[in-house]
Each structure stands twice: as C-alpha cells, then as structure tokens.
Design a protein around this ligand. Structure first.
Ligand code: SF4
Ligand code: SF4
Length: 180
C-alpha cells in the first residue's frame, strides 16, 4: 500500500497509533480516571433532566393520548350502546365487548336500550391511536391524559368496566368540551 493512501483520513480525525511504552501513570489508568471524574463533576453541577417519577410527573403534550374512559351522560347513565364500532375500528384488536338489553328500571344506569354488559380493552395490545374515540357515535369513549400504570401480571392489563367506566363522582378527567 502506498504512503499517499495511508495518509487519507475521510473524517479528519485520524490518529496515529504508536507502540510507545506507557508511563507509570498510564499503566495505573490515572489520566483515564481523572478524565472520567472531570466529566462526572461537569454533569454534577448541570441542571438534571431526570425526574423522580411517580412522585414527580412530566407535563404531557395537549395531544397526548393515555388510558381510556367510558363516559356517563349528564344523568350518570353509561353512554355506550355496545354498537361495536370502536372494536371494529381498532387496528390492534384490543377491544372486546358483550352486548345486553336494558331491562325496565335500568334507564338510570344505561342511556340506550342496548348496553355493554362486558367491555374490555387489552392495554398490552392498545397502541393509543385514538381511533376508537373517533369511531364512537355516542361520544362514549375518550382517551384521557392519564398513563396506564404498570402491573406485574398480564391479566392486570385487561381493563374491564370497573376500570374504564367514569366514576359517578368524577367527571373532570376529560375536557368538558369533549362531552356531547
Ligand atoms: S386507542 Fe387505538 S389501539 Fe387502543 S383501543 Fe382504541 S382503537 Fe384500539
Ligand atoms: S364505546 Fe362507542 S363505539 Fe364503542 S361500543 Fe360503545 S357506543 Fe359503540
């Protein structure tokens, strides 16, 4: 190989490697340790980017899509009519439900004559795309700004109605402008 090819350095950061004997300090890694300590000290006094989650929470973007909520109407009745459009539109096939017929006397519980006796979302499959929210003709399902919490078992990620339906006393998790 000619000398002219040997000298080519495309990045401009070519370092000549020499086989010179290491000094005593180099043999006990002193320059490397001091350099490392210098980098550590430099970062020690810089503003920290890490946050102490869950005590400290990062502010999400206004368009962040988190866990779902099944809405109630102004009288506290469940809005979902188990039409299945959310399940059909879900690209991850994360939604399953069982429809049931409302019985006389249950008008205060369910707004429509048909309701979901079982409604489940598999949070391990969900990609939080929001298509279920878009597809719902009853404004019954919304994605909130809450994160789906971690769990130790897979079953813990199957969210049934007990986790999804809006608690009666709480309707502040979704922006009021979203409700019909
Ligand atoms: S957010 Fe998307 S992936 Fe998740 S349940 Fe709704 S449609 Fe399916
Ligand atoms: S959440 Fe909406 S789209 Fe899904 S089954 Fe209920 S009413 Fe239909």
């Amino acid at each position: 190989m000619s000398n002219s090819i040997k000298e080519i350095s495309l990045s401009g950061r070519k370092i000549e490697v020499s086989n010179k004997e290491m000094t005593f300090a180099e043999r006990i890694y002193l320059p490397g340790i001091l350099k490392g300590m210098g980098i550590t000290l430099k970062h020690f006094f810089r503003p920290k980017n890490t946050i102490q989650y869950p005590e400290e929470k990062r502010e999400f973007s206004p368009v962040f899509r988190g866990r779902h909520i099944l809405m109630r109407d102004e009288n506290g009745a469940e809005r979902c009519t188990a039409c299945g459009l959310c399940a059909v539109s879900c690209p991850a096939e994360a939604i399953t439900m069982v429809a049931a017929e409302r019985k006389p006397g249950e008008e205060k519980l369910y707004r429509e004559e048909k309701y979901a006796s079982t409604y489940e979302i598999n949070m391990l499959r969900c990609i939080f795309c929001g298509l279920c929210e878009e597809a719902c003709p009853k404004e019954a399902i919304f994605l909130t700004q809450d994160m789906a919490p971690a769990d130790y078992i897979r079953d813990g990620f199957i969210y049934g109605k007990e986790k999804l339906v809006m608690p009666l006393e709480e309707d502040s998790r979704v922006d009021n402008s979203q409700k019909g």
